[in-house]
Structure formats: structure tokens, C-alpha cells
Design a protein around this ligand. Sequence first.
Ligand code: PLP
Length: 394
Amino acid sequence: MSRQPGRQFLNIPGPTNIPDRVLQAMHRPALDFMTPEFWDVQVECKENLAKVLKTEGEIMVYAASGHGSWEAAMTNTCSPGDTILMCETGRFSESWGEMAEAMGLKVVTLANDWDRAFEADRVAEALAEDKDHAIKAVCVVHNETSTGITHDVEGIGKVIKASGHPALFMVDTISSLASMDFRMDEWGVDVAVAGSQKGLMLPVGLGISGVSAKAMAASETAKLPRKYFDWDGIKALENGRLRFAGTAPSHLFFAMREGLKMLLEEGLDHVFARHARLAEATRRAVKAWGRGNGPSLFGRDEAALSNSVTAIRMPDGFDADAFRGKVLAESNVALGGGLSRLSGKVIRIGHLGDLNEPMILGCLATVEMQLKRQGIPHGEGGVDAAVKYLAETR
Ligand code: PLP
């Protein structure tokens, strides 16, 4: 078949569906980014990003993917040879740690099974042992996109505070922000790392950081080399206008202004509840498929299963990538695959961003149909379970 009719169902965990309103906001001529017209857009974006991050700290925006905000977090706060504590959660904690090592930092990883929620007490123990305060920062991925498990940022923030240890608290919110609650200031987060292409419903291309006063102070003495991401050079002016190390990514800002407006119109609590509901419908479908050794939920701690992405372990002997390859080729539904050690073992259904009931049901029905077509053993009634749950809840 040369043409796939209809729209592709984009159920990877980012980039996510871009709403038409956001697409249309970008459909405009380029402008002089050094003019008040654009400065107003920046100020509005900055103010609304602060509402989504729930912070009164500084907001930085870079023309970069999430990797840029990871790098900015490290280069602005650390000096060569500093130690950081990385809570192991999955492929993204691993690759953030690899980046820190490449920058000359010493990474101490608190090992954790990828299918388990990370326990905050582990951080308390590590900080208590660090009598000389060698640890510069504690890093955790709020929502581990590779495993579909959400980690206890609030709990870790509490133990860091209770320990009296001066370490900074850095949190990757790339696949949680604007999909599930995140409270930067209340949870004691010093650097929130974010990106545009997931819960914010925007194209990829903006890295975002929320930065506390403590992290800003650390940046004054931090010695890692930096220029493009240097907070001192790009932090907002008194009037709220952001600055850039180069040309401002103006079209992405028009997109962001509209996307943030949409999130706030819906109401953040409603956005989180919508994600929780669509995620629960997905989990109910997977639980039904899992009966009789079918595909099953990857995480072992039910309460920690993510509201933005569900990782599904395929039955032994069935290649997850071959399965999702056929789902894409035959049904035009894009699913996420397993990363690093989970490659070929899991599929991931992204249910974040601009998504509604028919979109998730279309995805689940297609997966169920393909399980049958591809002869993969599974329990019956997955879609029925999702429909029943959605019908009974609002
Ligand atoms: N951290 C998490 C949790 C992610 O899910 C991703 C990307 O999916 C990244 C970091 C890297 O972000 P990017 O691909 O935008 O550089």
C-alpha cells in the first residue's frame, strides 16, 4: 500500500500531538525578535511557565531539546570533579548520568531495579553518609519515560530538606510536566529540567529550566565551562524579558504562548485528571490482556505507574519491536519501543499531551486487534475494560 489513509495515531511518549491552535499560532511571518511585540510574547510565556512549574524562581528557555536543559543544569551549578548522586530509574537517569560523566563530574548511582519506584530513604542514607558534603546535587527523573514509572519527587525533596545537607535537588520533568502534578517550590526542587515536546504539546526545540535562588547562587561559583547555556547571560531582565545566546526561536515562542494558554484554560488540575483517567483506562486494558501470560504492565508498584506513558512487557518469545513495527506499517499507530536493556522486550503507549477518549480507545483497540492478528497470546476484554472504566467515570 503506497498511502496510509487517515491520520497517524501518535502514541509514542513524545513528541506528542500538536493541537491545531498551536500549529496555527506558528503559521505567521517571521518577525524582528528585538521588538516589543516579541518581548511581550516572551514575558507572557515566562509568566505562564512559572505557573506550570509552580515556582517563583528564574525561568530559562533555550533553543535545544531536553538534552540542552540537562546540560544547562550541570554546567551552571557544578565544577570539574564534583560528585552528583543519580537515583537510578531507567534509561533516562542512565543517560543523564553519562552526560554528567562526560562533563567531568563524578556520578554516584544509587542502583535501583528499573521496574520499581525509587525509595526516598535511599537518598537520606546516602546524604547521611556524606559527612564532608562532597555531593553537589541529587538528581532524579520524575517520570521515567523508558519504564512508565513515576518517582517520588516530593518524598525525596523532604528527605533532602530533613538531612540538612546542602546538595542541590535537580529533577527531570521532561515527561511529567503539564501531564501530572509537579510543584517545584513546594517540593524543594532547585533545578527543574523540562522540554517542549511532551505535556506542553509543542514541537521539539525548546529546553526549559526552573531555577531556585539556591541554584542561582551556586552558578556564581560553578566552574564547568559554559557559554550557550550560561544562566548569567540569559536570565530574564527586570521587565521579565528572556534573553538568548543567539537568535530567539520566535516561532516556537508563538507556539508556546498558545499551548500554555490552552493548558491554563483547561485548568492544570483538569489536565492532570484527564491524564490520570486515560492512563487508568490503558492500564485496565493491559491488565485484561495480561491474563494467561499475555502482555503485562512493566512496573511492579501499581501506585507508581505513570499517567503519561505505560510500558507493557511482551510475553517471552515475542519481539516487541516486530510487534510495534507491524502496528505502524499496517495500522498507522505509532507506539514507543523499549530502550537499552528493554529493547525488544516492551512496547510503550504514550498517553500524554493533547489526547482524548477516542484517541486512546483507537490506540487500545488497534493494539488488541494486532495482538490477535499477530497471534500473540493475551486475555480477552482489554478494550471492554477500558470502555467500561471510561463510561463509569467522568
Ligand atoms: N529525560 C526524559 C525523562 C525523557 O523522556 C527524554 C526524552 O524522551 C529526555 C530526557 C531527553 O529529552 P530530548 O529528547 O528532548 O533531548
